[in-house]
Design a protein around this ligand. Structure first.
Ligand SMILES: Cc1cc2nc3c(=O)[nH]c(=O)nc-3n(C[C@H](O)[C@H](O)[C@H](O)COP(=O)(O)OP(=O)(O)OC[C@H]3O[C@@H](n4cnc5c(N)ncnc54)[C@H](O)[C@@H]3O)c2cc1C
Length: 400
């Protein structure tokens, strides 16, 4: 037990109900769920922002604690142990805040970082397009300079969090005569600006967690340019590196971990089957290996830097989660097979299973993560590129 642990757990006791803390300490999942249901996150998120525990690695000027990466991760892992509520703005706090911290002007940092820490403003990431996902650098949304502003026209897709986002980071092509990675600029955009049209997409589980976003001559001031003109690819690399790292650390923590399968197998009368037990134990062992790998990265600062190694944990986590959710549906038997299960337990498990199919796509597909591991972790030769060095305008592309 470290003093950091006492300090963070002590603070949590002042803001979370005793029943919550006791249930988390004793691993009482039912008790924890009951405490979570009765809790209003909003005052907690404000208190967390004011305490510095929302963003412990950020400088104090932006409501952080200025802690070095290993100590900031230690704080985060204590908060995770107690399943403390997290900000609904996953993108802002984990990916876009760190990008503004690295690339923003002083005015941008002062204006945008504190509301992220306080969970007062939420963000979305307008990067992917119909013709530019894995090959993001081929994006076609255009920004034209117009005096001290830019005019932006194009289409984005798969944009998460549009239902809560006040602001966005956006990539647009500003110099089509440069090779594809060199003519892109990053902007901060108000989602309420004239010309922004958000159209939600319906997912396989019935939810609408992401949207298409159409941009029709949207005006953005040059003061809202994030990073130097035409260097948006470098800015985007910062966001994407933090995305891989934060998905590795946090996604799937809340529900349906391999350990939960034990309880499910007992409830469904399958625990007596040695084959079932073997499969579950295998998943639990893999989950433990993943957690130990993440702890090791946390202590070396790889997570805070969004190092290429996080592609390893991104692949492990998303593929392990898919196999875990498959196993959960197997355990349900016929109850899980119905397209729309009638009991709440089965409905939640089937919905989580369907949602998990996106894990190996969102934040960069597993194939792309393996390319990153090959090239940047193992030092293998780069993937050949047919358009290397060619101006973007001369590269043949579909219309998306
Ligand atoms: C749940 C979810 C949330 C998302 N949220 C956002 C968001 O908020 N903002 C945002 O900008 N984007 C978001 N995305 C988009 C996501 O980043 C892209 O879907 C992803 O990068 C893949 O791009 P694509 O869908 O265009 O597929 P493609 O790039 O068309 O890929 C199709 C297939 O080809 C494979 N492939 C492509 N290139 C290679 C290669 N070089 N080597 C080997 N295989 C290859 C891929 O792995 C994949 O299997 C989200 C996606 C999902 C699923």
């Amino acid at each position: 037990v470290t003093s950091r642990y006492d300090e963070v757990a002590g603070w949590l006791r002042t803001v979370l109900p005793p029943a919550w803390m006791d249930a988390a300490d004793s691993g009482d999942e039912d008790g924890l769920r009951a405490a979570q249901r009765a809790f209003d996150d909003r005052p907690y998120l404000r208190a967390r922002g004011e305490s510095g525990y929302a963003v412990p690695g950020w400088p104090r000027a932006y409501l952080g604690l200025g802690l070095p990466p290993d100590e900031a991760q230690e704080v985060q892992s204590i908060l995770r142990h107690y399943r403390a509520p997290t900000s609904p703005d996953f993108a802002g706090i984990n990916m876009i805040g760190p990008t503004i911290l690295e690339w923003g002007t002083q005015q941008q940092k002062d204006r945008f970082l504190p509301p992220i820490a306080m969970a007062d403003e939420a963000w979305c990431q307008l990067y992917s397009e119909p013709g530019a996902g894995s090959d993001l650098a081929s994006l076609a949304t255009r920004a034209h300079a117009d005096g001290s502003s830019w005019r932006i026209t194009g289409q984005k897709v798969w944009t998460s969090q549009t239902e809560i986002a006040d602001l966005a980071v956006l990539l647009a092509r500003t110099d089509p005569e440069q090779p594809k990675t060199r003519g892109i600029t990053c902007f901060i955009m108000d989602m309420a600006a004239a010309g922004v049209d958000v159209r939600p997409l319906r997912q396989i589980n019935g939810d609408s967690e992401f949207s298409e976003v159409f941009l029709d001559d949207v005006v953005v001031s040059d003061a809202m340019r994030l990073g130097p003109p035409h260097q948006g690819w470098q800015v985007a690399s910062t966001t994407l590196a933090h995305e891989r790292a934060s998905i590795s650390v946090s996604r799937g923590v809340e529900k349906g971990r391999p350990g939960d399968l034990v309880d499910l197998a007992k409830r469904t009368g399958r625990w007596a089957d040695t084959y079932v037990r073997n499969r579950i134990l295998q998943l639990i062992v893999e989950d433990r290996i993943l957690q130990l790998t993440i702890d090791r990265y946390a202590s070396t600062g790889v997570i805070a830097d969004g190092g290429a190694e996080m592609s390893i944990t991104k692949v492990l986590k998303s593929e392990l989660n898919q196999r875990t959710q498959c196993m959960a549906v197997d355990l349900l038997g016929p109850r899980g097979g119905a397209w729309e299960p009638t009991d709440a337990d089965a409905r939640s498990i089937v919905s989580t299973f369907l949602e998990s199919r996106a894990d190996t796509i969102a934040g960069g597909t597993s194939e792309i993560q393996r390319n990153i591991i090959g090239e940047r972790v193992l030092g293998l030769p780069r993937e050949p590129s047919a358009d290397h060095g060619k101006p973007w305008s001369a590269v043949a592309r579909s219309r998306g």
